[in-house]
Structures are given as structure tokens and as C-alpha cells.
Ligand binder design. Structure first.
Ligand SMILES: Cc1ncc(COP(=O)(O)O)c(C=O)c1O
Length: 459
């Protein structure tokens, strides 16, 4: 059964296609929240002891059913949640193709076409973001991996001894700076990189959820005076909680004046480069020495498809160089295993390549603008019902406070999520608990907005 005949394989693939389409239709009309009882599922799992082979279709049907009830449904257009998208169909097609060929993207000799194709997409994204010619990069499993790569670049650029001696090469404790509204995976990244969590300096925001450049300057000066060594400034373009964009130009100027690495974490908001109307909001992104954009967020590929882009390709090769006799190629300017955190690699970039081919930048721009329009509609409806807007993002995240009669934010969010009618998150924005509503699904309709607004208003 592991390797069925061609005819049997064809039959099951056809069966799977039909059943997946049916599952999608069901989950888009059904509850957004999981309905499964986890304790019963755990008990049920005990009967799966892998002692007796089972017919493949039976297993596939069981998995589809359990997933249909056992996850928060990102493919449901009433998921107004974290930055997880309803994946586009071209990206899903790419996964199918990549699974069949299963290319190994570590080496250009093993996978010349995929390696060239990914590099082509990365160059197109770098150009669209306005980075200088020659900018390069790669696909990564997530924004966290791409941001980790940025920190390793900053450290390697800051001291030639870092490669050999690690943090001990520096004459004092290391510091890097990002706003207190950053994605907090930076703490794990500092830990992983061996410079310690205390290296992360969280810069106050300006009352509107954006990094305060004056506070940044003060903190750098204080740290230098205390003998610490600043190595990187990270500006966030599209904060996780409020969708806010840090002052990208001011941060670039400070990084340049201080002689330290400048990274822009545009994991979600970077998708705005697709829209002619919205890309101006990201002015200053072109000054980044490195950039994170997750295609698996607002560009709506399937999960695990981030991009790391940098103006300094040779530095990447210095960070990740290695040599061994068993690899089929050893070309530091092209081989992914010599330029990235990973060694064995999946063909991630095909998802964005096919989506870009199928829709063009304009098509992805329409998708991004549509999300912003959905959020505008929700905002109007909630304000009319007495809600207060807390953030002023030009992107597709709305943070709102309910009128007093609807009670406290976290209890309200719990009620909405438990109802299964829509999915929103509680978050903290500029000192207040707010309801966070993000439009990421490309098919959300006005009926879906009506349902969300009614659920939020307890109707
Ligand atoms: C601004 C920002 N950076 C980084 C990340 C981490 O990305 P990932 O979850 O793909 O590792 C996120 C995730 O939401 C994010 O919002």
C-alpha cells in the first residue's frame, strides 16, 4: 500500500480531490472553532496502535473528518484571526506538485530548476520592495527562521570574530532593539543565537503602537555608556497586535548613523508591496539591509513559506558556509545549504511562484486591498454600534473596544469564539485590552461581516 499501482494511485487521488472539495465546502459553512472533544480524541487515538494495516481510503476519510472538527478553520471566511490565511488554490496546487517530485533543495546540482525558480521569485520580491539590485535571499519555514537569520547576519557583520568565538568575541554584552509591540519570538531568537534574552531591548511605542525613535536613540546611548554593544535595529512593518508600521525611514537613519544592522520585519505587512495603492505605506522598507516577508501570511500561501531578503549576499554565505565531500555541489553563491539555516529543504517557493504567475502582482494587490476594504466595512459597522477604535492601521487589522454594556474584552472574545460564528482574538494595544480583528481570507463576504458584527454585539 505504500507504493500502489499507477491505476490504484489514480483512483485514490481522484477520490481524495472530490473529498477535499466537499470538506472545504462543509468547513466554510460550518463553525470556525473546533468542535471536537480533545479528551475523547486522545482516547480514540489509543485505538490507533499501528499494529494492523488499514485501507488507505478509510484512514484518509478519518483524517479529513477529524480535521474538519478538530482545528480553528483558517479556510473559513469568518476567521478574523491571527495572520494565518485561507490558502490560495495555486499555492495548494504547488504543494501537490512539490510532494510528487519531492525535490531536495539543499543543492543546486540536485535541483537546478527549483533553486533557480526560488531565486527568481526572491529577486522579484526584493525589486518590488525597492531593495537595490543584487539583493538576494531565500525561502524559510517561517518569519521566526527569517528573523533568526537576520540576527545571525547582524552578529557576523558586527564582528569578524563572531563566526569563530560566538558572543565571546565582543567586548561587552550585546543589545538589539525593536518595539515593545514586536513579535515576541525575538526573545527565543536571542536565546537560540546564544546572545541571551537580555540582549533584546524593547523600545517604548509612541502612543499609536509604533516604535518611538527618540526613545530608541536614548536607549542606544544609555547602553553604549554602560559598555554594551548595539548590533541591530528591527523595525516592524505590520505589528502582530495592531497592524502598525514603525517609522521605517527614521529607524533606517538611526541604524546608519549608529553603524548597526537594519532589519525590517514585514512578516505580515510586507504583502502591501503587491498593491500600488498601499505600498507607499511601507516607505523606508527599501533601506533595509535585511527583510522578512511571510508569503504564508497575507500573500496566502500554505503554511511555512517565509522569505528572507538581504542586500548582502556574500555575508549570508559567510554565516552559513560549510564544506563536506558528499554534497553534489558546493557553490557558495547559489547552493541553499551554504546560505541558509536549513540543510535539507522543501520546495517552498513554488507556492508563491505559481500564485504570482496565476494572479500577477496586480492580482495579489487586489487580494490585499480587498482585506483592507473588509476591515473598513467592519470598522464602520462597529463604530455605528458604539464601539471605539483603538488603532489607526492603514492595513487590515482593527483593534476595537466594546461599549460598556457588552462587558469585558476577554469574556466577550471567549463568547464569540465559543459560538463558532466567527473567530477574533483579544490583545493588548497601548495599555488597553482590545478585540483584534484581522481580515486574511480572500473570500470573506458582506454576509460574513454581518455575522461577525452580530456575534460581537451579542445578537
Ligand atoms: C510581525 C511578525 N513577525 C514574525 C512573526 C513570526 O512568523 P512565523 O509565525 O511565520 O514564524 C509573526 C507572526 O505572526 C509576526 O506577526
Amino acid at each position: 500500500m505504500l507504493f500502489p499501482t499507477a491505476a490504484e494511485r489514480r483512483r485514490i487521488e481522484d477520490w481524495l480531490s472530490v473529498n477535499l472539495s466537499d470538506a472545504l465546502a462543509r468547513l466554510q459553512a460550518g463553525p470556525v472553532s473546533p468542535t471536537i472533544d480533545v479528551a475523547s480524541f486522545r482516547a480514540e487515538l489509543q485505538t490507533h496502535d499501528f499494529q494492523r494495516p488499514r485501507p488507505l481510503e478509510e484512514i484518509l476519510r478519518w483524517v479529513i473528518e477529524r480535521l474538519g472538527a478538530g482545528i480553528v478553520q483558517m479556510a473559513n471566511p469568518r476567521y478574523f484571526g491571527l495572520f494565518n490565511p485561507g490558502a490560495t488554490f495555486p499555492a495548494q496546487c504547488a504543494d501537490r506538485i512539490a510532494s510528487l517530485f519531492n525535490p531536495q533543495l539543499a543543492s543546486s546540482a540536485s535541483s537546478p530548476v527549483p533553486v533557480e525558480l526560488e531565486a527568481h521569485v526572491i529577486r522579484a520580491v526584493a525589486r518590488r520592495a525597492g531593495l537595490p539590485t543584487g539583493a538576494t535571499g531565500h525561502f524559510a519555514t517561517g518569519g521566526s527562521e527569517a528573523n533568526y537569520t537576520a540576527l545571525l547576519c547582524a552578529l557576523t557583520a558586527a564582528h569578524e570574530g563572531f563566526a569563530g568565538d560566538g558572543a565571546r568575541a565582543f567586548a561587552g554584552p550585546l543589545k538589539f532593539y525593536t518595539s515593545r509591540d514586536c513579535h515576541i519570538a525575538w526573545l527565543k531568537i536571542a536565546h537560540q543565537a546564544g546572545i541571551g534574552r537580555n540582549a533584546l531591548r524593547l523600545v517604548p511605542t509612541d502612543g499609536r503602537g509604533r516604535l518611538d525613535p527618540q526613545a530608541l536613540l536614548r536607549m542606544i546611548a544609555e547602553d553604549r555608556a554602560a559598555g554594551a554593544i548595539p548590533i541591530m535595529i528591527v523595525a516592524t512593518a505590520g505589528t502582530t497586535g495592531g497592524g502598525m508600521i514603525d517609522p521605517l525611514l527614521a529607524c533606517a537613519q538611526i541604524a546608519q548613523a549608529e553603524g548597526i544592522w537594519y532589519h525590517v520585519d514585514a512578516a505580515w505587512g510586507g504583502a502591501a508591496i503587491a498593491s500600488e495603492r498601499l505600498r507607499g505605506l511601507l516607505a523606508g522598507i527599501e533601506r533595509a539591509q535585511s527583510l522578512t516577508i511571510d508569503a504564508h501570511k497575507w500573500l496566502a500561501t500554505t503554511m511555512g513559506c517565509a522569505m528572507f531578503v538581504t542586500t548582502d549576499g556574500p555575508l549570508l554565505s559567510r554565516v552559513f558556509h560549510a564544506s563536506t565531500s558528499f554534497m553534489p555541489s558546493s557553490n557558495s553563491s547559489v547552493d541553499p545549504y551554504l546560505n541558509t539555516v536549513q540543510w535539507s529543504r522543501r520546495f517552498l517557493g513554488l507556492r508563491l511562484f505559481i500564485a504570482l504567475e496565476a494572479a500577477g502582482w496586480d492580482g495579489l494587490g487586489v487580494h490585499v486591498e480587498r482585506s483592507v476594504a473588509v476591515i473598513e466595512r467592519i470598522k464602520e459597522r462597529l463604530v455605528a454600534a458604539g464601539w471605539t477604535v483603538a488603532n489607526d492601521s492603514g492595513l487590515a487589522v482593527l483593534d476595537v473596544l466594546p461599549p460598556a454594556a457588552l462587558g469585558e474584552v476577554r469574556a466577550l472574545v471567549r463568547r464569540v469564539v465559543a459560538s463558532g460564528r466567527a473567530w477574533v482574538a483579544p490583545t493588548h494595544f497601548e495599555g488597553r485590552d482590545v478585540v483584534r480583528i484581522c481580515a486574511t481570507h480572500g473570500e470573506t463576504t458582506s454576509a460574513d461581516v454581518d455575522e461577525l458584527v452580530a456575534a460581537l454585539n451579542g445578537q
